[in-house]
Design a protein around this ligand. Structure first.
Ligand SMILES: Nc1ncnc2c1ncn2[C@@H]1O[C@H](COP(=O)(O)OP(=O)(O)OP(=O)(O)O)[C@@H](O)[C@H]1O
Ligand SMILES: [Mg+2]
Length: 371
């Protein structure tokens, strides 16, 4: 899919942005703090996912302004659609979003329409940082191809929070241990569903990522991914999350109850699982070099985009925020060559503009496109 029109006004420092992006390459360059990442964030919000920068609602509107509006038209194989996203002070919680003129209840309902893959300098730490980042990565990527996954994983988080609260209440004698059963049953069902989906997604991810990594390293190194569950010893070959799998999950939660009450939180479950990566035999998290971490992050993002293309027959829009300057020339060339069949938005400073490429260039200054 491609973005055919983008407008943004009053979103952070952006003013009167109105562009018809190139179907392939779009480069946004300019000095620091001019609005490049804000523009990428505006595009991202239209995919129905919370800001990758965790921007607070009130900070999405220009500090000196009252309203913000984003409009994004995109075209997939079937048709062209228009998304709008608006907010106004003082009721910043009431976001108003439409798809083709029809109001949707919340921004999260935009999910599943316009889809993009983002790669930022922070992502370069994907295989090094906390397991939570990898879980978030896999959850979002899996949800992009199985839309119902998103609401299940969000519900899981809510129920988990309630269970943890109950654990504390039991420890203080304010609640009974038996009350855990209803929460555990729900967690077991959702957790088994999520495990199976994540496991299957990791397998696909691993296939693509290994191939890309081998290519990137000139065949000198091998990358392998593995989904590590805190609940199950074996997931391979299991086809249905209901029945055995949910039963086993529930059994695990039951067994953990006393310990969980003592700890005050739920020690096992999908919220503690890990997407492990290995280079050769060594776990990347502990052993990989800086360059290897970069390569892993890069191939994971490329794999994510490839899987989306495979499974939905639509390429996502690829957003590269400020990341090219962090990569050496061979990695830069590698990533650009692998996404040249997609629409790409790149932000960079003046001195790191990729050369000899066809597309459009936009100079951003003071929140405006100046040429
Ligand atoms: N709510 C807001 N109202 C007005 N300005 C804001 C708001 N939120 C952020 N900004 C400003 O937007 C400016 C541009 O931010 P942005 O992150 O897009 O810069 P950038 O061009 O990506 O810079 P860099 O090259 O350093 O990454 C910053 O100066 C920031 O202070
Ligand atoms: Mg930036």
């Amino acid at each position: 899919m491609i973005i055919t029109k983008l407008k943004a006004d009053g979103f952070k420092n952006l003013k009167s942005i109105a562009i018809d992006p190139h179907p392939r390459l779009n480069i946004f360059f300019g000095d620091n703090a001019q609005g490049k990442t804000n523009l990428i964030e505006a595009v991202w919000l239209c995919s129905g996912v919370r800001s990758f920068r965790n921007t607070k609602d009130k900070d999405m509107i220009d500090i000196g302004g009252e309203v913000m509006s984003i409009e994004l038209a995109f075209k997939d194989r079937e048709r062209e659609q228009i998304i709008t996203y608006r907010m106004a002070r003082p009721y910043v919680k009431d976001k108003s979003c439409t798809v083709n003129g029809v109001k949707v209840k919340t921004p999260s309902k935009l999910f599943g329409g316009f889809s993009c893959v983002i790669f930022t300098p922070e992502d370069l730490e994907l295989s090094k940082g906390s397991p939570e980042k990898r879980r978030q990565f896999i959850d979002l990527s899996a949800a992009q191809i199985k839309h119902s996954y998103k609401s299940v994983s969000e519900k899981y988080e809510q129920i988990l929070e309630q269970r943890n609260m109950l654990l504390k209440n039991i420890a203080f004698g304010r609640s009974q241990k038996e009350e855990l059963e209803v929460w555990d049953m729900q967690l077991a069902n959702m957790g088994a569903y999520m495990t199976l989906l994540r496991y299957n997604y990791s397998k696909k991810l691993g296939e693509y990522a290994s191939k890309l990594y081998s290519e990137l390293s000139g065949g000198r190194e091998e990358l392998r991914l593995s989904y590590s569950s805190t609940v199950f010893d074996r997931i391979e070959g299991r086809l249905d999350y209901r029945g055995d799998l949910a039963e086993e999950y529930l059994e695990c939660l039951r067994k953990m109850r006393d310990e969980d009450i003592r700890l005050g939180y739920t020690g096992k479950g999908v919220h503690r699982d890990e997407l492990m990566s290995f280079i050769g035999e060594l776990p990347a998290r502990d052993f990989a070099s800086q360059g290897q971490h970069r390569s892993i992050a890069l191939v994971l993002k490329l794999a994510q985009a490839n899987i989306l293309l495979d499974e939905t027959d639509e390429s996502p829009v690829f957003l590269l925020d400020d990341v090219l300057s962090e990569l050496d020339p061979s990695r830069q060339e590698f990533i650009l060559s692998k996404i040249d069949n997609m629409q790409v938005f790149i932000t960079c400073c003046d001195d790191s503009i990729p050369k000899n490429k066809t597309g459009k260039m936009y100079h951003i200054s003071g929140g405006r496109i100046v040429r």
